[in-house]
Ligand binder design. Structure first.
Ligand code: FES
Length: 82
């Protein structure tokens, strides 16, 4: 039994206004298009305590900062070995 990947997107006000509002849609579309929804526990979270370097996400406990539309696709591809 493989564990689901824990994918948290910061929805604190700083990250949300700096890009995660849009990133949320990018990630959702990517997961749907690649049939990955059942392999991941994708959820929003409160401030991750790293606002200045935001927007931030956390994948299996690893923090990624300063993400944008391009970086997030790279992170997703790496995470799922695509
Ligand atoms: S709002 Fe995202 S780290 Fe603070």
């Amino acid at each position: 039994m493989s564990e689901k990947i824990e994918f948290e997107i910061c929805l604190g006000s700083s990250c949300f206004s700096r890009g995660n509002k849009n990133m949320l849609k990018v990630v959702e579309s990517f997961l749907k298009e690649n049939n990955l929804c059942d392999k991941v526990n994708f959820h929003g979270g409160h401030c991750l305590g790293n606002c200045a370097q935001g927007p931030n996400i956390k994948v299996n406990g690893k923090l990624y900062s300063g993400i944008d539309n391009f970086k997030i696709i790279g992170i997703l591809k790496n995470t799922f070995d695509l």
